[in-house]
Design a protein around this ligand. Sequence first.
Ligand SMILES: C[S@@+](CC[C@H](N)C(=O)[O-])C[C@H]1O[C@@H](n2cnc3c(N)ncnc32)[C@H](O)[C@@H]1O
Length: 261
Amino acid sequence: MSNLKFDEETARLQRALTLCHDLVVRRSAVLQALHLRTGEQVLEVGCGGGSYAYEAAKCVGPDGCVCATDISEAQIAAARECCADRACVDCRVADLADLPYAEGTFDAAFCSQVLEYVPCLDESVREIHRVLRPGGRLVILATNWSSLVWYSADPERMKNILSAWDEHATYPDLPAILQARLLKAGMKPLRQSPVPIVNMSYNESGFSYWIARMIKRYLTVRGTVAAHTVDAWLDEFDELEKEQSYFFSSTPILTEAIKIS
Ligand SMILES: C[S@@+](CC[C@H](N)C(=O)[O-])C[C@H]1O[C@@H](n2cnc3c(N)ncnc32)[C@H](O)[C@@H]1O
């Protein structure tokens, strides 16, 4: 079960994260894989602050529609603001387990960093499958959190922090189990490809700068690691940056599939 609460502060960090260079690259990879065409109906689940929906709207144009859904009212309010000048974007509060759309509505559906948080993966994939038309495309972006390499002069502390963070998601290595789950739901997996992130520097334009703050927020609220340990862990990154020895890498995976039955 996911323990990450998408409250106001987490949503604020999430929105800051979406502006960093690594996530601009990620959005472009997701949209490229979707192959959207003018006039298509597309569904985004877990749209967060709406940055993907905004870009997708440019691809489907005024004759198409982007239905952007999220379980969080705060995120949907932010998505509405972000997409205010895109008439073809409709933002709605909705749980992925119970989408307010008829069977076969969409030509394509996508989600970025969402399915790892749902309580039941099979139920969620079945629900997306239901609202896709036969032949409809699905693109899922998710991280194998075990793929993380984050340098620290105190590897034991880093290991403890990352293993406490692993509890934030129901499925921390989602891409590794997706193929079988998609097949079970009547989707044909087409390919999985990496969208790697490597940060040699610790600053606001990098993914790791923001994810470090998300991790601190998560661990502070949960109280599973002592506050002084979390502070020392975060402070080390400034030191490493000064010494020019900062290193972070992770391997998010793009999974593409189509509805076959
Ligand atoms: C890590 S954020 C990703 C946001 C956005 N997709 C992005 O990549 O920038 C996860 C999002 O999924 C949403 N979410 C989590 N569980 C959900 C569910 N069961 N149904 C719909 N949205 C959900 C959260 O509210 C949050 O906005």
